[in-house]
Design a protein around this ligand. Structure first.
Ligand code: GDP
Ligand code: MG
Length: 442
C-alpha cells in the first residue's frame, strides 16, 4: 500500500532538516502512484503533482514535520483546495420555481438522487416537485413515484395510457404545473444510456431548452474510474453542467474520479450520495474526499498531532514572551495606558525611569492629553483590530478617527508608533513591574 511505500521514505528522511529536490521527487513519485491508483486521470495527476512540487520547493521549513510529512500535508491541502475551491450552495431562481435538472449515464444514481434532493429540500421548508422525464426505461416512472412517496413529494408524470411519450413535453408542462401548485423547486429526472449516446444527449439538451434549468447537476458514479473524464467531457459539451454530484461513495472506490471531474468540468462537486436510502445524502465535504483519495488516514492524523503538539509549544513560548513584555497587542497597550495614567502625570512617571534620556524626542511628544487621545483611538477599535493592527485599512482608519473624535493622521501616528511604544512599555514593565504587566494573553 501507499502507506507502506511512504514509510520507507519516512525512515530515510527522519531527522533531515529541510526538503531537498531529491526528497521532493521521491515523495512526489509515491503520491503520483497513489493518485493513479485512486483513478485520478493521468493529465490531472501530472498537472497536480507539478503544482505540489512547486509549492514544496518554496515551502518554509517546518519544525513540526519531517520532509515527507510536509509534502503530504501540501498534497492534502492542495487536494482540498481543488475539490472545494469554489464549493457553493444551490442557486435559487429569483422568480420561482427554481429548476434543477439531473443528467448522467444510466445507473449513475439520478433517480435515487432526485428523491434524496427532494426530501432534503423539503426538510428545509421548500415545496419541491419531482418530474419524471425518463420515459425510456421500463418502470423508471414507477421508481420515481415510489421515491416521491417516501419523501412525501408530489411526482409529475404522464398519465399511464395517456399516450404522452414525449419527455420534452412532460418537462415543459411540469413547469406550468409547478407554477399552478405554487411549487418553488422543480427537480427534473432524465433518462440515461449505458454509454455516451448522441440521441440521449440530444434529448437531454432538448429538455434543458424546454425547462431552462437554474442548475444542471451532473450525477456520476464514484466507481466509474478512468471513464470519468470522457463522460464528464461529453456531458459538459452536450448539456452543460453547473454542478456535480458524486454517487455511490459508500462503495470502496477511492474516489479519484472526483478530482478528474472537478478539473474537467470546472464545476464544483456539490453533493455526495452514499447509499440507497433517502437519508444517505450529504453536501460534499472536500476534506473527507481528499483524505479518501490519499488513503492515508493514519498518516494525516499523525501530521495533525505533530502540528498540534508544535502549536502548544509555540503558544507556551508566546506566553513566556508576553510575560517578559516583548509582545503587546493594542489591547495590552490600552491596559498599560490606563495603568500608567493612574500613577499621575506621565512626564513625571517617565522621568523617573533610568535610561529615558535616549527617548528624549518621544518624551517631548508625550503629555497626558496625548495619552488620553491614544486611549480613545484604541477604544474605538474592534477587538480584532486591537489584536491584529495590520487589518486596519484606510476605511477602518476613517471609522476609528470618527469614533474617537480624532483625525486619520492621529490614527496613523498611533499605529506607526505602536512598535516604538512596545519597546517603551517593555522597558517600563521590566523596570517598574507595573500592575497587569504579566497578563498571559494568547
Ligand atoms: P439512474 O439510472 O441514474 O436513475 O440511477 P438510479 O437512481 O436508478 O440508481 C441505479 C442503482 O444504483 C439503483 O439500484 C440504486 O439503488 C443504486 N444507487 C443509487 N445511488 C446509490 C448510492 O449512493 N449508493 C449505493 N450503494 N447505491 C446507489
Ligand atoms: Mg433513473
Amino acid at each position: 500500500t501507499l502507506s507502506d511505500r511512504l514509510s520507507g521514505i519516512f525512515t530515510k528522511l527522519r531527522g533531515k532538516g529541510k526538503l531537498s529536490d531529491a526528497d521532493i521527487d521521491a515523495t512526489a513519485r509515491e503520491i503520483r502512484l497513489a493518485l493513479l491508483e485512486a483513478d485520478v486521470a493521468l493529465p490531472v495527476v501530472k498537472a497536480f503533482i507539478f503544482k505540489v512540487k512547486e509549492r514544496a520547493r518554496t515551502a518554509e521549513v517546518s519544525k513540526a514535520l519531517n520532509p515527507a510529512q510536509q509534502i503530504i500535508k501540501i498534497v492534502h491541502e492542495e487536494l482540498i483546495a481543488i475539490l472545494g475551491g469554489e464549493a457553493r450552495r444551490l442557486e435559487f431562481a429569483k422568480t420561482p420555481p427554481t429548476v434543477i435538472m439531473l443528467a448522467g449515464l444510466q445507473g449513475a444514481g439520478k433517480t435515487t438522487l432526485a428523491g434524496k434532493l427532494a426530501k432534503w429540500l423539503k426538510e428545509q421548508g421548500h415545496q419541491p416537485l419531482l418530474v419524471a422525464c425518463d420515459l425510456q426505461r421500463p418502470n423508471a416512472v414507477g421508481q420515481l413515484q415510489v421515491l416521491g412517496g417516501r419523501a412525501g413529494v408530489e411526482v409529475y408524470a404522464p398519465e399511464p395510457g395517456s399516450g404522452v411519450g414525449d419527455p420534452v413535453r412532460v418537462a415543459r408542462d411540469s413547469i406550468e404545473h409547478a407554477r399552478r401548485q405554487m411549487r418553488d423547486i422543480v427537480i427534473v429526472d432524465t433518462a440515461g444510456r449505458l454509454g455516451i449516446d448522441q440521441e440521449m444527449m440530444q434529448q437531454a439538451a432538448d429538455i434543458r431548452d424546454a425547462v431552462r434549468p437554474d442548475e444542471t447537476l451532473f450525477v456520476i458514479d464514484a466507481m466509474i474510474g478512468q471513464d470519468a473524464v470522457s463522460t464528464a467531457e461529453a456531458f459538459r459539451d452536450g448539456v452543460g453542467i453547473t454542478g456535480v454530484v458524486l454517487s455511490k461513495l459508500d462503495g470502496d472506490a477511492r474516489g479519484g474520479a472526483a478530482l478528474s471531474v472537478r478539473e474537467v468540468t470546472g464545476q464544483p462537486i456539490m453533493f455526495a450520495s452514499t447509499g440507497e436510502k433517502l437519508e444517505d445524502f450529504d453536501v460534499f465535504h472536500p476534506d473527507r474526499m481528499a483524505s479518501r483519495i490519499l488513503d492515508m488516514g493514519d498518516m494525516l492524523t499523525l501530521i495533525e498531532q505533530a502540528e498540534r503538539a508544535f502549536d502548544e509549544d509555540q503558544k507556551e513560548r508566546m506566553a513566556a514572551k508576553l510575560m517578559g513584555g516583548e509582545s503587546f497587542t493594542l489591547e495590552d497597550f490600552l491596559e498599560q495606558l490606563v495603568a500608567v495614567r493612574r500613577m499621575g502625570p506621565i512626564a513625571n512617571v517617565l522621568g523617573m525611569l533610568p535610561g529615558m534620556g535616549q527617548m528624549k524626542d518621544q518624551l517631548n511628544d508625550v503629555d497626558d492629553k496625548h495619552f488620553d487621545k491614544v486611549a480613545a483611538i484604541i477604544r474605538s477599535m474592534t477587538p480584532a483590530e486591537r489584536t491584529t493592527p495590520k487589518i486596519i485599512n484606510a476605511s477602518r482608519r476613517v471609522r476609528i478617527a470618527n469614533g474617537s473624535g480624532t483625525t486619520v493622521t492621529d490614527v496613523n501616528q498611533l499605529l506607526n508608533r505602536f512598535t516604538e511604544a512596545q519597546k517603551m512599555m517593555k522597558q517600563m514593565s521590566g523596570m517598574m513591574g507595573l500592575p497587569g504587566m504579566g497578563g498571559g494573553r494568547g
